[in-house]
Design a protein around this ligand. Structure first.
Ligand code: FAD
Length: 370
């Protein structure tokens, strides 16, 4: 079998790329699972990006108007008039994208695993049958543990974190997500409580499972009220190269993930646009450099992550004092951008009083951000 492009991995990014290429080129997608969805993922996508990328509205199950930030001893709230982020159902998101790609002409091979390259062809396994597909371009959209990345010899010194997420029954403010930063409970990451309805929320963190358990107790969420448990992992950092010959990596396979929040759907989809253009032009060499905006966000996110890891809870409390001030909240509410944290931080830094206060607490944070 022969195609112009073979996409390995039918997650949100692989399927999104398929919608961009199908109809223009002969595209095939291989997905090892026998159905879409199922991955541990809260499914938060910035509202602006969601619309700009043209993601399917059918996937939206909740709209978030704002967030409440909690430290060990303080809290503050950010609210905007329009929804800032959507919570999506991953299965619907992936299926709808795949449906669109198929309507535009893509071929899907579900329940089919890519096992490696041999003589320039992709070797695939479906049940007990082994077969090959040859393509002009191959794309590894096969997630954080990418087999394609391994096959092209891509290397990574990223920080790999295990993530835990549950759906738990309780009482929640439907249009607000909660963000808890308590380094005494979890030195590695924040906790999130993201409602999908008034009575169910997705609760998760990255790091040690015990930290997650401690948080459930602290937040008074009963382990016996959990209706779904999932675990997954993310890689925060770089995996290089993104291109080798006629093979490219995209999405989690290339670690196109926000180091501050571990969200990867938007960055992956933005890079999918650049990759689609490079493939249509028949030359992958421009792909990596055309993703410069995402690379910049990853670089600054990694610097912020380094500062976060170096802070103790006392430092977090001091930062909360500043960010919880009226002046800061106003600025965040005006400039907050879910997928462009640099924009928010730059706006904060333009306020001399806030900048001076942040500089006193953590000069390295300011250096990381600006
Ligand atoms: C706990 C947790 C919470 C998260 N929350 C969010 C969030 O709220 N918002 C957000 O944007 N991101 C979130 N993320 C990150 C997000 O899940 C990823 O960034 C996103 O899934 C990346 O999409 P992808 O298509 O690149 O990879 P994946 O979603 O991993 O998809 C890869 C696909 O490739 C398939 N595959 C793998 N190997 C092969 C093979 N050899 N052959 C064929 N197919 C293969 C897999 O079955 C899978 O379907 C979260 C992650 C975790 C762990």
């Amino acid at each position: 079998m022969r195609y112009d492009v073979l996409i390995i991995g039918g997650g949100p990014v692989g399927n999104y790329l398929a919608t961009l290429l199908a109809g223009k080129l002969d595209v095939a997608v291989v997905e090892k699972k026998s159905s879409f969805g199922g991955k541990a993922c809260t499914g938060i996508i910035g509202a602006e990006s969601f619309k700009e990328l043209g993601f399917p509205e059918e996937a939206v199950i909740n709209e978030l108007q704002g967030a409440v930030f909690y430290s060990k001893i303080q809290s503050f709230e950010i609210q905007r008039e329009s929804p800032q982020a959507y919570v999506v159902d991953r299965k619907i998101l992936e299926r709808e994208l795949a449906k669109e790609a198929i309507k535009r002409g893509a071929d899907y091979f579900i329940g089919t695993t890519f096992t490696g390259f041999r003589n320039g062809k992709a070797r695939l396994q479906h049940l007990k049958e082994t077969f090959e597909i040859e393509a002009d371009f191959y794309v590894g959209a096969d997630g954080v543990a990418s087999t394609v990345a391994r096959e092209i010899g891509a290397k990574s010194e990223a920080e790999f974190l295990k993530g835990y997420e549950v759906e738990v029954v309780g009482n929640f403010r439907r249009d607000f997500t909660e963000v808890w930063i308590n380094k005494e409970l979890n030195p590695d990451f924040f906790f999130w409580v993201t409602p999908v309805s008034e009575d169910v929320a997705r609760v998760g963190t990255f790091g040690e499972f015990d930290a997650f358990r401690r948080f459930l107790a602290e937040r008074r969420l009963k382990p016996t009220s959990i209706v779904e448990f999932k675990a997954g992992s993310v890689g925060l950092g770089w995996r290089k190269p993104w291109v080798s010959g006629n093979v490219a990596l995209v999405g989690d396979a290339a670690l196109q993930i926000k180091p501050t929040t571990a969200g990867g759907i938007v960055f992956g989809a933005i890079c999918a646009h650049h990759l689609a253009r490079a493939i249509i032009e028949g030359d992958l060499r421009s792909y990596e450099s055309s993703c410069s905006a995402v690379r910049k966000q990853i670089s600054s996110g990694l610097r912020v992550r380094k500062v976060f890891k170096g802070l103790n809870q006392e430092g977090i409390e001091k930062i909360f004092q500043i960010l919880g001030s009226e002046d800061a909240i106003e600025t965040i509410e005006e400039y907050a951008d879910f997928d462009d944290h640099l924009r928010t931080f730059r706006a904060l830094a333009k306020k001399p009083r806030l900048l001076a206060a942040l500089l006193r607490i953590s000069p390295s944070l300011i250096r990381a951000l600006l």
